[in-house]
Ligand binder design. Structure first.
Ligand SMILES: Nc1ncnc2c1ncn2[C@@H]1O[C@H](COP(=O)(O)OP(=O)(O)O)[C@@H](O)[C@H]1O
Ligand SMILES: [Mg+2]
Length: 121
């Protein structure tokens, strides 16, 4: 099913790329990344990214979106902060479910159609 989203494609691309990059980095020895798109109701489209990587310890779950929070040696810690900001700018949300050493699912939810919150300067 196709859904119309009132979103700047470059910004959406960057937001989703950050999620994909994290998933890949969480699987240094390889694994599986499953990307699914679902329309759970008339108003939303969900895109979920499920990896079989390291997972996220409970104590880190609430820090994920803080700017400069990283657990990686060469991490910068801006990826998820940017992704959350972009999604919320368009009226969307981001959700993370994870189990240590099993993997993580990051779900981006965006409003279909709807008014864009984005200013067209
Ligand atoms: N899919 C994932 N699996 C495991 N940990 C993750 C995943 N996505 C994010 N994280 C954790 O969240 C932290 C912050 O991610 P991010 O904001 O993209 O910054 P960075 O990638 O620079 O570390 C990562 O350092 C990692 O600890
Ligand atoms: Mg990142």
């Amino acid at each position: 099913m196709l859904a119309m989203l009132a979103i700047d494609p470059d910004q959406l691309g960057e937001a989703l790329e950050n999620i994909i990059l994290n998933a890949i980095q969480a699987m240094p020895e390889g694994g599986q990344l499953v990307i699914k798109s679902e329309v759970p109701g008339p108003k939303w489209v969900d895109v979920s990214f499920t990896d079989t990587g390291a997972g996220i310890p409970e104590e880190n779950m609430r820090k994920l979106f803080e700017p400069l929070f990283t657990t990686r040696a060469k991490g910068i810690g801006l990826g998820l902060a940017i992704t959350k900001t972009v999604l919320e700018e368009y009226g969307g949300t981001i959700k993370v479910q994870s189990e240590v050493s099993k993997g993580s699912t990051v779900t981006a939810r965006l409003p279909i159609g709807g008014e864009s919150q984005h200013r067209q300067d």
